[in-house]
Design a protein around this ligand. Structure first.
Ligand code: SAM
Length: 219
């Protein structure tokens, strides 16, 4: 049986029971192997843009005796995936710029029957922005510590409505007022990143976000 690290276990815990689970950027296919072995999904598709990770995935699938339940597929993002193939989808361990692009470039994700679990390593604001502006509602946010680092995972479903959110929400979501240690670690990391110049953010927006952080932390 596959044992996951805390980061991937957090992502796995956010996946709901389904017929077929899709893991985009699977590398070793640890996540789909765990999901199928634990009965969360009957089948899974483990996809990756590169051949080498799919070789890693094949090794895991063979070792775990899951060849009849996990299909391996070469695909850049959702390019070789069809709309009705899976109901729960994970994209974990990738940069937020790429995850946001995948959301923007894949109109069929706007399907009431699909649920996304995303674990961006960077640029959480771009992921929340892409979700919000495309009519997805974020229905879960979890942080987890692994070693010195903390990670964030989000779950989202298409709702069709776009809500007005203040700028700081795109960066911090609901984490700003939390006292949980891994939430605080993520908040501190985002604050540090705010001071780095980014082509995605204007100086005005950064100032406004920092003011909101000061207000929240002053309370
Ligand atoms: C750091 S690993 C993460 C593996 C696993 N998802 C995890 O969270 O531990 C990133 C994987 O994503 C794959 N990848 C990168 N860009 C991709 C894309 N556009 N579409 C699909 N896979 C991609 C890489 O080949 C690599 O195997």
């Amino acid at each position: 049986m596959i044992k996951l690290t805390p980061r991937l276990k957090t992502v796995a815990d956010m996946i709901e029971k389904c017929e077929c689970f899709l893991d985009v950027g699977t590398d070793h296919a640890y996540l789909p192997a765990y999901i199928v072995e634990n009965g969360v999904a009957k089948r899974a598709i483990a996809s990756d843009i590169n051949e080498k990770p799919l070789e890693n995935a094949l090794k895991t699938v063979k070792e775990e005796g899951l060849s009849d339940k996990i299909e391996l597929r070469l695909s850049a993002g959702f390019e070789n995936i069809k709309q009705n193939e899976a109901q729960q989808i994970a994209v974990a361990g990738m940069g937020g710029i790429m995850i946001a692009e995948m959301i923007e470039n894949t109109p069929w994700l706007k399907d009431f029957g699909l649920r996304l679990v995303l674990q961006p390593m960077t640029h959480f604001e771009l992921v929340r922005r892409a979700l919000n502006s495309n009519g997805f509602e974020i229905d879960g946010e979890l942080t987890v510590a692994e070693g010195e680092r903390a990670y964030l995972a989000l779950s989202a479903k298409y709702s069709g409505s776009i809500s007005q959110k203040p700028p700081h929400w795109f960066y911090f979501g609901e984490l700003l007022n939390s006292r949980k240690e891994s939430d605080r670690k993520i908040v501190q990391r985002i604050k540090k990143m705010l001071f780095l110049k980014s082509e995605f953010t204007s100086d005005e927006e950064i100032k406004e976000v920092l003011r909101s952080v000061e207000n929240a932390e002053g309370n």
